[in-house]
Design a protein around this ligand. Structure first.
Ligand code: NDP
Length: 469
């Protein structure tokens, strides 16, 4: 039998759900998993969709089950597992057969694999998939990278399984080679910052205002009916009101404050550094996750310095916090899009910024009501920083006071809000025509004769430092 339209390797959390989604949309699919028991269990649990699923127990059987020219999705952990699977599969495939890495690969790895595939004359795609388990099952957001002809071949399946926003599929080709995985990494960077800012505001309500988890959940629920409407605010409300079945305490109160990460946030930050792009809110979010893991050091710090006073003045109302979050969210997305713009220019990708905003409107973790307005603003002027678009400039003009008050009062109370504070610092730098880098240039020239430009354009590229320089 070789009637499957597509194959999939890796029936873990994401792969299993993607396979069911593909089958549900009417495409026969052949699947294989390293551990055969998982394949059998998956097939046994596929219900009505089992008729469109061919479980296989060897790579040879998987390949034989797919109609040529084949397309096979890899949904395995990023890194060596992907290279191992490509190496095992390639000898079994024909020159028109395509491998699609749908995991969270580092885009540099995807560039390398794309170059290898191009040299061998075989099609290869790297696609970023967002939306977690639920998104994979019912409609993820998909960011494709690789040869456009390869994308076009599988686009009917990928658009069918993708989330839809007002009928438009959230699946788009971003560009050559690692472009899709790069955009997915920045998506995750924005996700880190958005989550961190929400966590910071949660901390303000918990530690600065003495609110319990259920009350905080109600606040998030209310905000989700307004400008902040988004998946992350929605789930923040849900996790806040949940109760631990073991102790009966609020679930949040029994969860250890040590956050995990798989690397995409730090990849985004590293790439921003290479590109000279400024994404401090995302950097702060990655830093906060790193510090969260250093629980013993934090406890030692608290033992020496004591916990901060933390109580906030009554003037910091919930409305002010909502404004802070609105401003913070705009700023972290603006930083993410600025990074995409810098990468696009540097890597010669022509990344479609408005289409990226559109592809994130549904299915992915950072989906939010604001993305519609971001798509419009980027359509009007793709190269303009988002914070300068009239719609967002107006929003920032009114919400920045809330952000400023929140950051200032939290600094006084010793409540850490690193992503909000970094977002604000970026905003203030971005609105400062005359910065303080003239002092940096003078220092550099003093100790290293690095030279500087003059504001009047005149000659004299070094200062009169004399023997002190
Ligand atoms: P899981 O850990 O749930 O599943 C991993 C799968 O890969 C299993 O089927 C496992 O098989 C297989 N596998 C592991 N190592 C190898 C190997 N060396 N060779 C062959 N197969 C291997 O992972 P997820 O489904 O969560 O993630 C898969 C990919 O999707 C990752 O790149 C992840 O970053 C990405 N992703 C995950 C999201 C999520 O929310 N979970 C969201 C978006 C992307 P076995 O049963 O034999 O162990």
């Amino acid at each position: 039998m070789s009637d499957a339209a597509i194959g999939l390797i890796g029936l873990g959390t994401m792969g299993a759900m993607l396979a069911l989604n593909i089958a549900e949309k009417g495409f026969p699919i052949a699947v294989w998993n390293r551990t055969t028991a998982v394949t059998r269990q998956f097939a046994a649990g596929a219900g009505d969709l089992a008729a469109r699923i061919t479980p296989t127990e060897s790579l040879e059987a998987l390949v034989a089950a797919i109609t040529p020219p084949r397309a096979i999705i890899l949904m395995v952990p990023a890194g060596p597992a992907v290279d191992e699977q490509i190496a095992a599969l390639r000898p079994l495939l024909g020159p028109d057969d395509m491998i699609i890495d749908a995991g969270n690969a580092n885009f540099h790895d995807t560039n390398r694999r794309a170059a290898d595939a191009a040299a061998a004359g075989v099609p290869f795609l790297g696609i970023g998939v967002s939306g977690g388990e639920e998104g994979a099952r019912h409609g993820p957001s998909i960011m494709g990278g690789g040869p456009i002809a390869a994308w076009d071949r599988v686009a009917p399946i990928l658009t069918a399984i993708a989330a839809k926003h007002e009928g438009e599929a959230c699946a788009t080709w971003m560009g050559e080679a690692g472009a899709g995985h790069f955009v997915k990494a920045v998506h995750n960077g924005i996700e880190y910052a958005d989550m961190q800012m929400i966590a910071e505001i949660y901390g303000v309500m918990r530690d600065g205002m003495g609110m319990d988890a259920a009350a905080i959940g109600e606040v998030f629920r209310g905000w989700n009916a307004g400008v902040l409407k988004s998946y992350l605010i929605e789930i923040s409300a849900a996790v806040s009101v949940a109760t631990d079945p073991v102790t009966g305490s609020p679930m949040l109160d029994v969860i250890l404050d040590r956050a995990g990460q798989k690397g995409t946030g730090s990849w985004t930050v590293i790439e921003a550094q290479h590109l000279g792009a400024a994404i401090p809110a995302i950097e702060a979010a990655v830093m906060a996750r790193n510090l969260s893991a250093r629980l013993e050091e934090r406890l030692a710090g608290e033992a020496v310095f004591g916990a901060a006073p933390r109580a906030l003045p009554g003037s910091l109302s919930l409305d002010v916090l909502e404004q802070a979050l609105i401003a913070g969210k705009i700023l972290c997305y603006a930083q993410g899009f600025a990074l995409i713009s810098a990468a696009s220019a540097s890597f010669g990708w022509a990344l479609p910024l408005p289409a990226i905003a559109r592809v994130w409107r549904e299915g992915c973790i950072i989906r939010s009501a604001m993305l519609d307005d971001m798509a419009n603003a980027l359509t009007d002027a793709p190269d303009r920083n988002l914070m300068l678009a009239p719609f967002f400039a107006e929003k920032l003009a009114s919400a920045q006071t809330g952000l400023r008050d929140t950051v200032a009062e939290c600094a006084r109370a010793g409540l850490p809000v690193p992503a909000l504070a970094s977002g604000l610092a970026w905003f203030d730098m971005m609105r400062t025509g005359r910065s303080t880098a003239n002092m940096i240039q003078a220092q550099r020239d003093f100790f290293g004769a690095h030279g500087f430009e003059r504001v009047d354009g005149g000659a004299g590229k070094h200062g009169p430092w004399g023997a002190h320089g």
